[in-house]
Design a protein around this ligand. Structure first.
Ligand code: ZN
Length: 354
């Protein structure tokens, strides 16, 4: 699958396009701005512009270069994102980081709407070495080479190996000819000062609501609603990650989950996949608390005489409450929320609790 079309930031794009045309594009850019407004997508657009064979002021979208960038398979496009810390000795770490990165890219080729990596991921020494390794190669297509380093605010200081850190800095100080480095960061203050000082800053603002809506209407039509657009606050990433759940209460999210489970495995799976994997722990436990309350409430209405009773399976509901509480306990550890919800959806369905 191809990347979804770039949205917004027209003025910045025009500025970059002019810089390319006039041959004055700085070789190291630090793109900053709120989460989910398209910082890395802008980097990919710029890669497409440089690698497009038509050579216009906008990428043509039809040539081989464009197709390869949009399919994330261009041999001169190198995209680095934070990954979990690799283990083992230095060489083993390098291979493991490369494999993890390739796995992320394989996933993005399949499903090119990405959300932020989880909070534990970073650019370690191994990732820095990987960037250097790729940078030491020559261009495959004979033109530009583009290096996108997403989440550059997660580049960990490398006191343990100043030599490697220094050679990365040297790379940014004197980039090889016809190579572009696009670093992106949500928290510019966390980017190493030595990197900030070597890059040209470019700030992206929030998108207009209409831009978010237009994007969703094409790429994720089920999310193109007023509620999702309003709660996204100008961030496509947030709209995708939360499916608009950020603006709803935990109770509404719990109802939505129970309705999805009741509707069948496909709907439940769809809801589970919309659970963001990096949401604040508090937000996820609030959802589980609300779920337990909802189930207990339903059980009470079944069991207490005289209440208006909808049909319901009280033992199943009470067993369901227990399963939710177990999940809540596990949510305190380092467990993927999607996995927990998937298990819970199966259990609740099996118990006929909903
Ligand atoms: Zn093209």
């Amino acid at each position: 699958m191809s990347l979804a079309p770039i949205t917004g930031h027209a003025a910045v794009r025009a500025q970059l396009s002019d810089a390319v045309t006039s041959g004055r594009l700085p070789q190291v850019l630090l793109v900053t701005g709120p989460r989910g407004v398209g910082k890395q997508r802008l980097g990919l657009w710029l890669a497409q512009l440089l690698l497009c064979e038509a050579g216009g002021t906008e990428p043509c979208g039809r040539c081989k270069g464009c197709a390869q960038v949009l399919g994330l398979v261009h041999p001169d496009l190198h995209w680095f994102v934070p990954v979990p810390s690799p283990k083992g000795d230095a060489d083993k770490q390098l291979e493991e980081a490369a494999a993890m990165l390739e796995a992320v890219m394989a996933e993005r080729r399949q499903s090119p709407l990405w959300t932020s990596p989880d909070g534990m991921s970073s650019h370690t020494l191994a990732s820095a070495r990987l960037v250097q390794r790729h940078a030491s190669l020559t261009s495959v297509a004979g033109g530009w080479r583009v290096f996108i380093i997403g989440g550059a605010d997660r580049l960990v200081p490398q006191e343990s190996s100043p030599a490697a850190a220094n050679s990365l800095l040297k790379l940014l100080e004197e980039p090889p000819q016809r190579s572009l480095f696009v670093l992106t960061a949500t928290e510019p203050g966390l980017v190493l000062a030595t990197i900030r000082s070597r890059s040209m800053p470019l700030r992206l603002g929030r998108l207009a609501d209409e831009e978010v809506r237009t994007f969703l209407a094409t790429a994720k039509p089920e999310l193109a609603t007023d509620r999702v657009v309003a709660s996204a606050g100008g961030s496509i990433g947030l709209a995708i990650a939360t499916g608009g759940a950020a603006g709803t209460t935990a109770g509404a999210a719990a109802d939505e989950f129970l309705n999805a489970v009741a509707a069948g495995p496909a709907q439940a799976a769809e809801r589970v996949l919309r659970q963001s994997t990096w949401a604040a722990r508090g937000e996820f436990t609030a959802l589980l608390d609300a779920l337990a309350n909802r189930l207990a409430d339903r059980a009470k209405r079944v069991l207490v005489p005289g209440t208006r009773v909808p049909s319901g399976n009280a033992p199943g509901l009470l067993a369901g409450v227990e399963r939710v509480l177990v999940a809540r306990e596990r949510a305190q550890g380092n467990v993927n929320p999607q996995l927990l919800l998937a298990v819970l959806a199966d259990e609740l369905a099996a118990l006929e609790a909903v």
